[in-house]
Write a protein that binds this ligand. Sequence first.
Ligand SMILES: *Cc1c(COP(=O)(O)O)cnc(C)c1O
Length: 388
Amino acid sequence: MIPYGKQDISQEDINHVIEVLKSDFLTQGPKVPAFESALTQFTHSKYALAVNSATSALHIACLALELGEGDWLWTSPITFVASANCGLYCGAKVDFVDINPKTYNMCPIQLEKKLKLAKKQGRLPKVVVPVHLCGQSCDMEAIWKLSKEYGFRVIEDASHAIGGKYKSQPIGCCEFSDITIFSFHPVKIVTTAEGGAALTNDELLAEKMALFRSHGITRDESLMESPSHGSWYYQQVDLGFNYRMTELQAALGVSQMSRLEEFVSKRHVLANNYNRLLEGLPLKCPFQLEDTYSGLHLYVIRLKLEEINLTHKQVFDALRDNGVGVNLHYIPIHLQPYYSKMGFSEGMFPESEQYYREAISLPMFPNLSAEQQVYIVTLLRDILERKL
Ligand SMILES: *Cc1c(COP(=O)(O)O)cnc(C)c1O
């Protein structure tokens, strides 16, 4: 089966990890700070906190922004559940903003409409989490402007988007957000096996996230509530977690970061191939905004179901039955049973629901070959023309 996503691990990546295994530190050594500097250098953000997953990064980001009981977090229905769950971890309530039918990202017009209504009802969100679906940036300038007007904070979920750009700035620079988070899961653009990071330009937010990452404990006397007892001393000043990244993961991350630009440009070559090969088929290829450079984590097509005599599921299953590991990103979160129980139901976010009825993620990873792409598209064509 050709998977929809897969890591690319070089001999150099392996050597970096082995070096750590032979060193003094498996955790809490020099590699995590080195990985964090690689992230700030690449993105031009001031601070980066590496953690054990993007889910953890979202959690500490929400905590640092003081999201809590009685607050609202808004995100897109078309994202991984973690983008919404982080609000629930903090005791906040979650709501959604429908997507733009072209980009599949949170629609700023829908956001403004919902904000106007929420203001009247006294239930404005404290945090909004725009998700750069497939690696293409949301309209961050518009969202940031609304955040100033309506007083909410912004966490960019850039799990798909490291290596991408928005208005010629690297995604992660936090020009139009308080915090940006990345994921380093193996299917994403660079990997640390499991891993994530939270980036910010705000010193106070960085300090708070560093505390939440490691038990709420500090060894920095300036953050203590009373004088240090001596060089052994640490103080717990808040309730945190153990969300630390290991040295092995960070070493892999450092090595992978040196190949980030190569990874993304390979993904662009593959996307251009798909665009060309898929021409004339009854489906929509991804829409490319002019002022963004996508990280291209995913390549999502949408079937024009009115032009074919097959169901979405039939096309999807036929691809899988013939060795193409397609996937669907994502099932609208509000339709998940856990969220339905909070009162969400079908019909609430029509663009997201329509997307879900038509979307298929084709395989997209740096080592996908041009021959494999021809196989995938030929297969898809045969399925759509009912030759199979
Ligand atoms: C993968 C992903 C996450 C979670 O990442 P982990 O590192 O697996 O916790 C969150 N949001 C989005 C949009 C993702 O794709």
